[in-house]
Design a protein around this ligand. Structure first.
Ligand SMILES: [Zn+2]
Length: 280
């Protein structure tokens, strides 16, 4: 087994930051260098102030990584640009994408918790922890993670995919929504599906999870079977929902997303059953 390429950490090493990667984020945009169509993450030598202000997040292929908020209104240095982090999906590998996502969340936490929400006092970094703390009332502020559920609904050899009004491009995906306070993950699955497409579920089963820092959430994936009810979209979040067979798929989400993993796993299951190796 090969060693993981990214090793997370909190404590910045004593060495200089000239050769470190600096993941500078502003909202959901990341500072990138682009040379002849090839994207790269700037090194500390090119952006020394950002490197100095950065939070150590770990090492990628042995190189130190820092995450820093990119100041609003500041022009990117020559040869660099702020790029929507979602745009990285088709251009970088899974590990770099995950580190970029982590950086967005750390930069956002740093910039949005400079002051205590209780009494307005400037907060201080807590050594050895990813936290800021108010020196007056001692309230700690950690990076915010909002759990969300995402579910693939199947009925025989078909799956229910929906088109959201929020998608920038028209494509069909699994249903998803944020978990409400006081709710279990499974309850959130059942409620979201009922609200958005009007059907009841059975056999709700855990599938896997994926950090989704582009929406500052943790996506918790489920599969479920249709139980009853007629598909009726809410018309607000979901504008269209249909049952699709694996041979008749619409445009689906990009690779690397958990929505795509859910859809791909169902396709494999159906095709595996129909394949020549299947005897049952
Ligand atoms: Zn306070």
């Amino acid at each position: 087994m090969s060693a993981p390429r990214f090793i997370p950490g909190h404590e910045p090493p004593a060495r200089g930051r000239e050769d470190a990667y600096v993941f500078a984020a502003q909202g959901l945009e990341l500072l990138v260098e682009e040379r002849e169509g090839v994207l790269s993450i700037p090194k500390g030598a090119a952006v020394p102030e950002l490197a100095q202000a950065g939070h150590f997040i770990g090492t990628l292929d042995g190189v130190d990584c820092y995450a820093a908020p990119y100041p609003k209104g500041q022009e990117p240095p020559a040869g660099m640009q702020l790029m929507a982090a979602r745009g990285l999906f088709q251009k970088v590998d899974e590990v770099l994408l995950a580190v970029a996502g982590r950086s967005l969340a750390i930069a956002e936490w740093d910039i949005t918790h400079r002051f205590c929400g209780r009494d307005g006092t400037p907060t201080e970094l807590v050594p050895g922890e990813r936290a800021r703390r108010c020196p007056v009332c001692h309230t700690p502020f950690y990076p915010r993670i909002s759990p969300a559920v995402i579910v693939l609904i199947t009925r025989g050899d078909t799956m229910l995919l929906a088109r959201s009004s929020n998608f920038p491009m028209p494509f069909f995906s699994t249903l998803a929504g944020f978990v409400e306070p006081g709710e279990s993950l499974e309850e959130a699955v059942v409620r979201e599906v009922k609200e958005e497409v009007g059907v009841d579920l059975q056999n709700v089963r855990y599938f896997g999870s994926q950090p989704w820092p582009f929406g500052r959430s943790l996506m918790v994936g489920y599969t479920a079977e249709y139980a009853s009810g007629e598909v009726k979209v809410d018309g607000k979040e979901i504008v269209e929902a249909q049952w699709f067979t694996v041979d008749n798929l619409p445009r689906i989400p990009p690779r690397l997303s958990i929505a795509r993993h859910l859809i791909d796993s169902f396709i494999e299951r159906v095709k595996g059953r129909a394949g020549p190796s299947s005897n049952s």
